[in-house]
Design a protein. Structure first.
Length: 244
């Protein structure tokens, strides 16, 4: 592993090193294997363009939410190991996800609420939240119940269902023209809309890219409104496949 060691020497309650996977390894430890008794699996991320490995339903939900969050540049599972001393004892900690927001980076540890409040976990959380900003990271404990909050999670699944296919240049121009005259475009189920049969696919894709925005805390139903995001049309650099 590639190591980023502390410049402050070894002392009580200190981070000794932050180690990244070396060589061709993508993860600091193996998640999916035949020997694991707990539920694990792989998630196809449209944003990252690869399969990501999860080891709990909570982690899977986190991947889905991050994949549909336009402010997230990238996210990586089991990205590194933190070696540290706390109360005179040496520990190793493998955060679940590294989230890259461009200007900031967060390390997420995903826990059920019952585990997050355990004394040893809470003490580790307090320590890492105080020390990791010096290393360029924000440390966050994310509660599983919040990741499963409705209707946000159902909306996320719907956007992923429809939004994985790229939108063409023509479809993007149709949306831009419609927004100039109407300011909103509705999520339609009973009629083809301005984009024909591709109506939902295009709106979902542009929402994933951050070109369009919607209220993700309200149920996504027929008539839900999509609007232009705060980003201007030219600020967004979409992933567009060449039309055949």
């Amino acid at each position: 592993m590639v190591s980023l060691r502390s410049n402050f020497g070894v002392c009580q309650n200190s981070i000794l090193s932050i180690e990244y996977p070396s060589g061709s390894k993508q993860r600091s430890r193996t998640i999916v294997s035949r020997s694991r008794a707990r539920s694990t699996g792989k998630y196809p991320s449209w944003k990252m363009g690869q399969m990501l490995q999860w080891e709990s339903p909570n982690e899977l939900n986190a991947f889905r939410l991050l994949d549909t969050n336009p402010t997230v540049v990238g996210f990586y599972e089991q990205p590194l190991v933190i070696r540290f001393i706390l109360n005179g004892e040496t520990h190793r900690h493998y955060p679940d996800i590294l989230v890259d927001f461009g200007s900031t980076k967060e390390l997420w540890e995903i826990k059920p609420a019952s585990e997050a409040t355990k004394p040893d976990v809470a003490e580790r959380t307090t320590f890492l939240q105080s020390q990791l900003p010096q290393k360029g990271f924000t440390y966050r404990v994310v509660i599983g119940d919040d990741l499963a909050r409705e209707p946000r999670l159902s909306n996320t699944l719907t956007l992923l269902k429809y939004g994985r296919q790229p939108a063409s240049l023509i479809e993007r121009e149709l949306v831009r023209s419609a927004l100039k005259s109407m300011n909103i475009i509705e999520w339609l189920s009973e009629s083809p809309g301005i984009l024909g049969k591709r109506h939902r696919f295009v709106l979902a894709r542009l929402a994933l890219e951050g070109v369009l925005t919607l209220d993700r805390e309200a149920p996504l139903v027929n008539g839900s409104q999509f609007m232009a995001s705060r980003l201007t049309w030219m600020d967004v650099k979409p992933s567009i496949e060449k039309e055949k």
